[in-house]
Design a protein. Structure first.
Length: 375
């Protein structure tokens, strides 16, 4: 059976080794490296699908755990699947629900069979296993589904990390066996916490399972960034060259640069819209808190040269006013800007790789970006 999702490696930057590619899916092509906005509840917060298209979004994520609890995957299936339900005709990736079960759910109990837990919404008893996660994601109808995995906490000892990794591998085999939807691809997830030997073993084991793509999970969970970068360097030689690599839950500009440098193709994070709702914006110079009094009489855009709707039409003073007046439009405009900033950054990165100047782009970015105003 041919896979519905394939990866085409177009170019490797001569200057840096960074990868330029395309992920082909049933709902369109995804140029890589790519930032994927997160639509947890089948919507990117404060944004409409039309606006997401206008800012250049090529793929969105939705959350298996949250959609299972509300409104339920059967209702989404009845609506015609996730694309029709949310009126989005481009690719969708759904996570497995594993991270949310381990981080949000109360009174969870992990066994070899799966995870029993109580809903964070109403306290009702729930159970998700690898097979249940596959059933949910197949009902949702995303283009890319993720295997149900075990995410180790930071920090944890070697034995705990090893047990979680081996269970992740066993669960990956069960997911692959149970997954039958032919227009949906299933990605495996590399685990192993922060131990070189485990990360390398996990990368090799999952590569042997021959998934069409691979998530890199269990990073950006509280560890210092140099540790994350070190883990990426350790596993890169063991990741299949002809499959996309997805660094899960990572979404700051510096992490994009360092991830791409280490062979990552796909990124996602809720940070862009979360901080926007609090009045914080991405800029090429670092974090800008638009609620601050210093912007009360600033009639320039959030960022000079930005092509987003917010920057093209409104001033910092106006957007600050909206936040101070508790008008929801303020959060919407900041969300539009933040999402477009990250999407545009990836467009620039792809062009730099194409022209064999990614290291120059990275150097120039850091020369302008104030890391003391990072996230």
């Amino acid at each position: 059976m041919s896979n519905p999702v394939t990866f085409e490696l177009i170019k490797t930057c001569k200057q840096s080794g960074a990868r330029l590619g395309v992920v082909h899916t049933p709902h369109g092509d995804i140029p890589t490296p790519i930032y994927m906005p997160v639509g947890t509840q089948a919507t990117v917060k404060a944004m409409t699908p039309r606006e997401m298209t206008e800012i250049g979004t090529k793929i969105m994520l939705s959350n298996t755990y949250h959609l299972h609890l509300r409104p339920g995957e059967e209702l989404v299936k009845e609506a015609g699947g996730i694309h029709k339900f949310m009126s989005w005709d481009k690719p969708v990736l759904t996570d497995s629900g594993g991270f949310q079960v381990f981080s949000l759910a109360a009174l969870r109990k992990i066994t070899e069979e799966g995870v029993s837990f109580r809903s964070h919404l109403d306290g009702s008893k729930r159970f998700i296993s690898p097979e249940v996660s596959m059933d949910i994601q197949m009902a949702l109808g995303s283009d890319i589904a993720m295997a149900f995995d075990v995410c180790s906490p930071y920090p944890c000892d070697h034995r705990t990390a090893e047990e979680a990794m081996h269970r992740t591998h066993r669960w990956a085999e069960r997911c692959k066996k149970h997954h039958t939807r032919q227009d949906q691809a299933l990605f495996g997830i590399v685990q192993g916490a922060f131990y070189d030997d485990l990360r390398i073993e996990s990368a090799k084991t999952l590569a042997d399972m021959d998934f069409p793509g691979y998530g890199i999970g269990g990073l950006s969970v509280g560890e210092p960034k140099p540790i994350m970068y070190d883990m990426l360097e350790k596993i890169e030689p063991h990741m299949p060259k002809n499959k996309p690599r997805y660094l899960m839950g990572v979404g700051t500009p510096d992490c994009f640069l360092e991830g791409v440098l280490r062979g990552v193709d796909m990124f996602d994070c809720v940070l862009a819209t979360r901080i926007a709702r609090n009045g914080t914006c991405f800029t090429k110079n670092g974090r800008l808190v638009i609620r601050n009094a210093t912007y009360a009489h600033d009639f320039g855009p959030i960022e000079e040269g930005c092509d987003c709707y917010a920057c093209q039409n409104f001033s910092r003073a106006y957007i600050r006013h909206l936040f101070k007046a508790q008008e929801i439009t303020g959060g919407r405009l900041a969300s539009i800007h933040n999402l477009r900033f990250l999407i545009r950054m990836m467009e620039e990165i792809r062009q730099a790789i194409l022209e064999d100047r990614f290291l120059d782009y990275r150097k120039n970015f850091y020369e302008n970006y104030d890391m003391t105003r990072n996230f």
